[in-house]
Design a protein around this ligand. Structure first.
Ligand code: GLU
Ligand code: ZN
Length: 274
């Protein structure tokens, strides 16, 4: 059975890019007689506004979608911590006390998560009074996992190549898990078989497939859909003031009609698809 999910973070209102993503995931599941899940990704500390989750549910309802809600990330922290301990015991993680500024100064190479970490803290004795993140030792992880592939239903089979992330952070200084660790564990726990999300996260799937292999989790398939862009060709973003769909809902617009338009490739004014 196909199981897809929509996994918004309650750090700002949903915009049309989210609506499109939710509709794609919903329809892929429903057309195949499968399940569509909603998971609130609410571990981003002070940026997380729990009251937004309820707005999200109303937005999805307004769009005419039907979903099953699975537990929010904030209820799963014990599991993230246990898995991080296991990886640490296996020598696959190491602590890093570098700040973002220090890394930017040290590394001219930029990957999908920012400056690529040059491995400064690996094998080093660290100041225990400084907060530490835990990074994946990518060389060891790749040696242990062997050759891997993953499959995107649009782009086809991909050889796992997470090198552009460098030694990626799995446990943040301020949080019990990074996006990569939490999303990988949750998708497996929720039985997601088709991870549906925007193309901006295509490369992250290399990291997620590697983590699945290290943790003995089943490999789903992925569906990375095209992104909606604003009139300057940029990805829609809360921080750039992309309009909130809750504003349309609250002014009495017909959400089901909007969902139908998005399905047919008609976008709100000022929005296009990549
Ligand atoms: N919470 C993530 C976001 O809103 C989910 C990304 C994903 O679908 O994996 O970007
Ligand atoms: Zn470091």
């Amino acid at each position: 059975m196909i199981v897809t999910r929509f996994a918004p973070s309650p750090n700002g209102p949903l915009h049309w890019g989210h609506a499109y993503s939710a509709i794609v995931a919903h329809d892929l599941a429903k057309e195949a007689g499968g399940r569509f899940l909603l998971r609130i990704e609410d571990i981003d500390g002070p940026r997380s506004k729990p009251e937004l989750a309820d707005e999200f549910r109303r937005d999805l309802e307004w769009l005419g979608l039907e979903w099953e809600e699975v537990p929010a990330q904030s209820t799963r922290i014990g599991r993230y911590e246990a898995v991080a301990r296991d990886l640490l015991d296996r020598g696959l993680l190491y602590p890093c006390t570098c700040t973002r500024k220090e890394i930017e100064k040290l590394s001219p190479r930029i990957g999908p998560d920012g400056a690529i970490y040059p491995g400064t803290c690996k094998g080093r004795l660290l100041d225990p009074s400084k907060p530490a993140a835990l990074r994946l030792d990518l060389d060891r992880a790749l040696a242990e996992a062997g050759e891997l592939t993953w499959t995107d239903t649009i782009a086809g089979e991909q050889a796992v190549a997470p090198q552009e992330f460098g030694d990626v952070v799995l446990v943040r200084k301020d949080l019990p898990a990074s996006y990569h660790l939490a999303a990988t564990l949750d998708d497996a726990a929720d039985g997601v078989t088709l991870v549906t999300r925007g193309k901006d996260l295509f490369h992250a799937s290399h990291v997620h497939r590697l983590l699945q292999a290290l943790l003995g989790l089943p490999a789903p398939q992925w569906h990375h859909h095209a992104l909606l862009l604003d009139c300057e060709g940029r990805k829609l973003a809360k921080r750039r003031g992309s309009p909130a769909i809750s504003d349309y809902r609250k002014t009495g617009e017909d959400g089901r009609a909007w969902a139908q338009r998005l399905r047919q490739g008609e976008w709100p004014v000022g929005i296009s698809r990549a």
